[in-house]
Design a binder for this molecule. Structure first.
Ligand SMILES: Nc1ncnc2c1ncn2[C@@H]1O[C@H](COP(=O)(O)OP(=O)(O)O)[C@@H](O)[C@H]1O
Ligand SMILES: [Mg+2]
Length: 210
């Protein structure tokens, strides 16, 4: 995928979407192939090195630290983030996710799912990534917050050219965010579909019905 794009990976449960994301950030080894990032081969590099090079990761289930406060969670994101210059996203995180400021002293585990997802995204962005890997951001979150998160990600993409690769099963979120969409099955990318075509129930069922 190219810099500045928003690309979706779709597919049924268990086809390997999360495994792909973990391979890309370096939490699982790639058994075959190479991972190219910013024109270099990052396949042998550890996850922390890839994070410092500018890849942010927001795992499925959010992966926030429930017993730490919102501010402490964000501080962790700053620590594992990139050490290169470039746009400092802290100000943007405050602007796009104001709840993280107003709730800074709250323990993250006591927030709602949607609030925790905003924290997980904010924690990744605060490390100043150029690319974020986002695994099923809508999972377990009420529709109004899903829309809000989709809008914020699109605005970040337009404002600073943030590159986004996301896994999703929520049709509204895919159609609202994705510029391109790849289909996974049995551990491999098997097809590409225009996000707009997913409005057609037949096409949607073919790729996503569980
Ligand atoms: N390329 C692959 N080859 C073999 N097994 C795989 C591959 N990708 C994923 N798996 C296995 O499939 C299972 C489900 O994968 P997961 O990535 O969690 O799926 P998803 O996120 O699409 O629901 C896991 O047990 C994983 O180890
Ligand atoms: Mg998954």
């Amino acid at each position: 995928m190219g810099k500045g794009e928003i690309v979706a990976i779709i597919g049924r449960n268990g086809v390997g979407k999360t495994t792909l994301m973990k391979c890309l950030i370096g939490l699982l080894p790639a058994t075959a192939g190479t991972i190219l990032y910013d024109r270099s081969n990052v396949t042998p590099e550890d996850a922390n090195v890839r994070a410092r090079r500018g890849i942010g990761y927001i795992p499925q289930g959010r992966g926030i630290f429930p017993r730490l406060t919102v501010a402490e969670n964000l501080a962790m994101g700053e620590m594992i983030g990139t050490d290169k210059g470039g746009t400092k996203l802290r100000e943007l995180v405050d602007r796009y996710f104001p709840i993280l400021g107003t709730r800074s002293r709250q323990r993250a585990g006591t927030m709602s799912g949607g609030e925790q997802q905003q924290l997980a995204i904010g924690r990744a962005l605060i490390g100043n990534p150029d690319l974020v890997l986002l695994d099923e951001p809508s999972e377990g979150i009420q529709p109004s917050i899903v829309q809000q998160i989709a809008e914020n990600i699109k605005k970040l993409n337009a404002e600073i050219g943030l590159t986004v690769l996301f896994v999703e099963q929520n049709i509204d979120m895919i159609m609202s965010m994705a510029q391109r969409c790849y289909v996974m099955d049995k551990g491999a990318i098997v097809d590409q579909v225009a996000p707009g075509d997913l409005a057609d129930e037949k096409i949607m069922r073919k790729y996503l019905a569980i």
